[in-house]
Design a protein around this ligand. Structure first.
Ligand SMILES: Cc1cc2nc3c(=O)[nH]c(=O)nc-3n(C[C@H](O)[C@H](O)[C@H](O)COP(=O)(O)OP(=O)(O)OC[C@H]3O[C@@H](n4cnc5c(N)ncnc54)[C@H](O)[C@@H]3O)c2cc1C
Length: 550
């Protein structure tokens, strides 16, 4: 039996759900098929660590959602409430001092000024520059490449932020950008730590832009979280799709995309069902599982498969969740409690850990990104306790352990638990007694992450490396730098497409817009039916939109 929709979206991650929302808003009939039992992709929460605690299974803080396409969906009408920690981000130093990024830039700057006279004013200067150009820069990053409208907007404002000097700042590596503008450790460390949210080496171009972008987002929209757990964001996105008439089916894995005459016409599920896509198939699927996986190599140009041979995953991840019976016992408490915190002794310590990952070594002193979730959202666990997590990156294929040599890189239970001990030890040094507060601990290594979401291949969290050679027109591979694919009617809607990882929904929105634009070309002359519904065969008779260049 075959059923028909205008669009079939494969995967209910944030990108798939944003794409589905856009298409139902324009009147298309949409079916979203999700392999896992629940929607959300890497935006889910669960109660598996401890029955009285909510833990975000993967992602936790959403500045990019607040700045991107997700904010425009008005999800508050579908049950979403954003909440914020007292401070956005903290970085504890071994000497007891803290670097703090407070949502109020005056507080951030005053704390920096206390530590190093002059840094407060320098921070205000950076914020002022961002106020003038930040919106255009974010717009340029979140729209398809080349970003004509926002690019022109940026050009118009460039002189007001210092012209080429500003461009140079954005291109300066994260390890250097702080030195060029600040004297104290706090601003340098905050910017470098924020750069560490992507896998760009901290001494490479692109890292500085990432560090400034995330820091300035912290300063403007904050790092919000959905009240009640990350899953509330996914549920709101899904509720909005359904309210618009879209359908979502979970526990339904797509195993193949049928191509006929160079066009994606249907998908097949693991249960053997065939579902026809009258207008488009949008794949919220990692590129390496789409090309030569869901789409057979025979249905693709040979050069696409050749290019995919050079597709590079981002590193793997080990994430640890803790249920604590009290707050983190900081040896030296922060002046304002942060939601997110980073653990590294210094920028150099951080750079070394990330360099080890890039050199295929398991870091001896891993750089941690961590979250105090009950501090941020008191609904996450009983009063006085803390729902907490930390994650760090590990090589996809480790050749050595830069620590005590005991971790083999197999990422079986033994490796995961030993590495979690290594991560925990870093927190224990800053918060003696941390271990004694643990009610329960869960370790999700690369294998566990992938088992919960097939896009997280080997624990890669961003759908492929974010390094410059795989960004913009090179994402996921040269020649495929837009949502369009070599198969007509098939669009790449996942983090593997520009602009990459993070919960902003841009890849989904770009794919949905591309699908509509091509559909308008096909339906020129009104030859296609306006809306295709379950059961009715689609009658595609008009022009096909152009395929991508490869
Ligand atoms: C541990 C971790 C922490 C992170 N922290 C943050 C953070 O704090 N803030 C932030 O902005 N970003 C964070 N990220 C990154 C962010 O979550 C991802 O970049 C984002 O979720 C990508 O969205 P997506 O829709 O492209 O893919 P995903 O969220 O990965 O969703 C893809 C979905 O497609 C489904 N799927 C795949 N193949 C098939 C198939 N064949 N059939 C049916 N369904 C299929 C999967 O099951 C999954 O549900 C984090 C990621 C991880 C893993």
């Amino acid at each position: 039996m075959s059923t028909t929709y205008d669009a079939v979206v494969i995967g209910a991650g944030p990108n798939g759900l944003v794409a589905a929302n856009h298409l139902v808003d324009t009147g298309w009939s949409v079916l979203v098929l999700e392999a896992q039992p629940d929607v959300g992709g890497a935006v889910r929460s669960d109660g598996d660590v401890h029955p009285e605690f909510v833990h975000d299974t993967f992602s936790a803080f959403y500045p990019l959602a607040a700045a991107g396409h997700i904010e425009a969906l008005e999800l508050e009408r579908f049950g979403l409430t954003w909440v914020h920690a007292p401070a956005v981000l903290g970085h504890p130093f071994p000497d007891g001092q803290w670097a703090i990024l407070h949502r109020d830039r005056a507080v951030t700057a005053a704390l920096m000024e206390q530590q190093h006279p002059g840094d407060g004013e320098a921070w205000h200067r950076l914020c002022d520059q961002w106020d003038r150009i930040g919106d255009e820069l974010i717009g340029a990053l979140l729209t398809p490449f080349p970003p004509v409208r926002h690019g022109l907007g940026m050009l118009a404002r460039l002189r007001s932020v210092g012209g080429l000097d500003f461009v140079k700042t954005m291109l300066t590596p994260a390890t250097e950008v702080g030195w060029s503008r600040f004297d104290g450790a706090s601003p340098r460390t905050l910017i470098a730590g924020n750069a560490g949210h992507a896998d760009i080496p901290l001494n490479a171009p692109g890292s500085g832009l990432m560090g400034i972008l995330m820091s300035m987002l912290g300063q403007t929209v904050g790092f919000p979280v959905p009240q009640g757990g990350a899953g509330m964001l996914a549920q709101a996105l899904a509720a909005r799709v359904r309210a618009g008439g879209g359908e979502i089916r979970c526990s339904t894995e797509v195993t193949g995309i049928e191509v006929s005459g160079g066009r994606a016409v249907a998908v097949r599920t693991k249960d053997g069902e065939r579902i026809t896509a009258g207008r488009a198939v949008l794949a919220d699927v990692i590129a390496s599982r789409l090309y030569g996986g869901l789409v057979a190599a025979d249905d693709l140009p040979a050069r696409t498969m050749r290019s995919m041979g050079s597709f590079q995953l981002d590193p793997g991840t080990v994430k640890v969740d803790w249920a604590l019976d009290g707050p983190v016992p900081w040896a030296s408490p922060p002046p304002h409690a942060p939601g997110t915190f980073h653990v590294a002794d210094s920028v150099e310590d951080m750079a070394e850990a990330l360099a080890q990952v890039n050199a295929r070594s398991i870091p001896g002193r891993p750089f941690l990104l961590a979250g105090q979730m009950t501090t941020t959202d008191p609904t996450r666990s009983p009063a006085g306790t803390e729902s907490m997590w930390a994650y760090t990156h590990v090589p996809q294929h480790a050749t050595r352990d830069a620590g005590d040599g005991g971790i083999r890189g197999e990422w079986d239970e033994t490796d995961c638990e030993r590495f979690a001990d290594r991560m925990q030890e870093r927190i224990e040094r800053l918060a003696p007694g941390f271990g004694s507060r643990i009610l329960a601990r869960r370790v999700l290594g690369p294998r566990e992450l992938e088992a919960r979401n097939a896009n997280l291949v080997g624990g890669a969290i961003n759908g492929g490396t974010s390094q410059l050679h795989q960004e913009l027109i090179f994402r996921p591979v040269p020649g495929l730098g837009r949502a369009e694919t070599p198969v007509r009617g098939l669009y790449l809607a996942s983090a593997s497409a520009h602009p990459g990882g993070g919960v902003h929904g841009a890849a989904g929105m770009n794919a949905a817009r591309a699908a509509r634009a091509h559909d308008r070309v096909r339906t020129a002359g009104g030859l296609l039916p306006r809306r295709t519904h379950g059961g009715a065969p689609s009658s595609v008779r008009a022009l096909d939109g152009p395929p991508a260049g490869v």
